[in-house]
Design a protein around this ligand. Structure first.
Ligand SMILES: *Cc1c(COP(=O)(O)O)cnc(C)c1O
Length: 391
């Protein structure tokens, strides 16, 4: 045993010189002087933290940075984008409630809605949001929530948010919107009338593929208690380090977004001039089915994601990825560098052949998440690889 008669831990003092960067708090617990003081922290009459699963300075600081971007009354950080979605749904819905969701959704969200919510007694209707009559027809007396993404993956279709909001308001139903692809630069669903906005911070907002987190922002304080209680109790708490990395990533978010979007527009325009490209999915192109809606909802912010199609089978796809090797093939998006994904072998691999057909996927369908590189470099990479597999 140590014979040194001192406490093992010494209090940490920052002095009168606050650091430029936020400190990282990899702490499980925060000390209180007395039970009376701990009561006050729990009752929020004094500020502070207790046990990190119940909240910590890095997560509350990060939420404070994102809340004004989404015009949220309050925000919570969860351990992943899926954690944010699960937490808010489990906080607001109960057995016997009905959820209507756009059937074009992120794979993890689809799995939650198809496999797990029904198991818990929550009814789910996955329908096409192409037509608002479908949505009106799907309403039931127990419908509590509508869920959609602002932009669907991987066909980059823009959701008719204005009319969905009208239906939700008229029928007194919560509307939850996953704004991951669009980001608050493109649109702020809460200002349009949505109740909850969700982000996978893992993607464009953190931007460096080194942190995995989710955000839940809400229009009204009444959502705080039920959602926060599930977050704490079910242990969806974020890691302080991931919050700290995300805060750093956010410093360059608007610059990264602007440059990536410029690259996306230029690549979409370039690809649409090539005869060997069957289709380019990007809403700055007048050929895009939601061109007008995108202009109305997002203005010039057509985003940083595009997809395109070439003729070919799996061999063509393998050759394409080998030929474009400086651009990395990864099952994520929103990195500072340009990355590629292949929905049929990743995000959409478990879909039935009918669903694949219905969405319009094929082996030659590629999704691009644009980064901040010089556009000439990107154009060289794409033109070389496309030539290799189409000539
Ligand atoms: C990635 C993603 C999610 C899930 O986020 P994770 O951080 O991976 O849990 C949810 N929605 C969309 C649109 C996504 O792209």
């Amino acid at each position: 045993m140590d014979s040194n008669k001192k406490p093992l831990r010494q209090p940490f003092v920052l002095g009168q010189t606050p650091p430029l960067n936020s400190p990282l708090f990899p702490n499980v617990a925060f000390t209180s002087k007395t039970p009376d003081q701990m009561d006050k922290v729990y009752e929020t009459t004094i500020s502070g933290s207790t046990y990190s699963r119940e909240g910590h300075p890095n997560s509350s600081h990060l939420a404070k940075i994102i809340n004004p971007m989404e015009h949220a009354k309050f925000g919570l950080i969860a351990g992943s984008g899926m954690g944010a979605i699960s937490t808010s749904i489990l906080g607001l819905l109960r057995k016997g409630d009905h959820l209507i969701a756009n059937k074009l959704l992120y794979g993890g969200t689809l799995a939650l809605f198809e496999k797990h919510l029904p198991r818990l007694g929550i009814e789910v209707s996955l329908i096409s949001f192409d037509n608002m009559q479908n949505l009106a027809d799907a309403l039931r007396s127990n419908t509590k929530m509508i869920f959609t993404e602002t932009v669907s993956n991987p066909t980059i279709r823009i959701t008719d948010l204005e009319n969905i909001i009208k239906i939700a308001k008229k029928n007194d139903i919560f509307l939850m919107v996953d704004n991951t692809f669009t980001t608050p630069i493109g649109c702020q669903p809460l200002t349009m009338g949505a109740d909850i906005v969700i982000h996978s911070l893992t993607k464009i907002l953190a931007g460096h593929s080194d942190a995995m987190l989710g955000y839940i922002g809400a229009r009204d304080d009444m959502f705080f208690e039920p959602i926060n209680d599930v977050l704490i109790t079910m242990g969806m708490t974020p890691s302080p380090f991931d919050c700290w990395l995300t805060e750093r990533g956010l410093l360059s978010f608007s610059l990264r977004y602007a440059r990536s979007q410029e690259n996306a527009k230029a690549l979409a325009t370039y690809l649409s001039t090539l005869n060997v490209i069957k289709k380019v999915h990007y809403p700055s192109l007048p050929s895009h089915p939601d061109y007008e809606r995108c202009k109305k909802l997002f203005g010039k912010n057509t985003g940083t994601m595009l997809s395109f199609e070439i003729e070919g089978n799996r061999t063509t796809a393998n050759q394409f990825f080998e030929a474009i090797s400086p651009i990395r093939f990864v099952p994520t998006l929103g990195d500072i560098s340009t990355t590629l994904s292949h929905p049929l072998s990743s995000s959409h691999r478990s879909l039935s052949p009918e669903k694949i057909n219905e969405i319009g996927l094929s082996e030659g369908f590629f999704r691009v998440s644009l980064g901040v590189e010089n556009f000439d470099f990107l154009q060289d990479c794409f033109s070389t690889a496309i030539k290799k597999v189409t000539s």
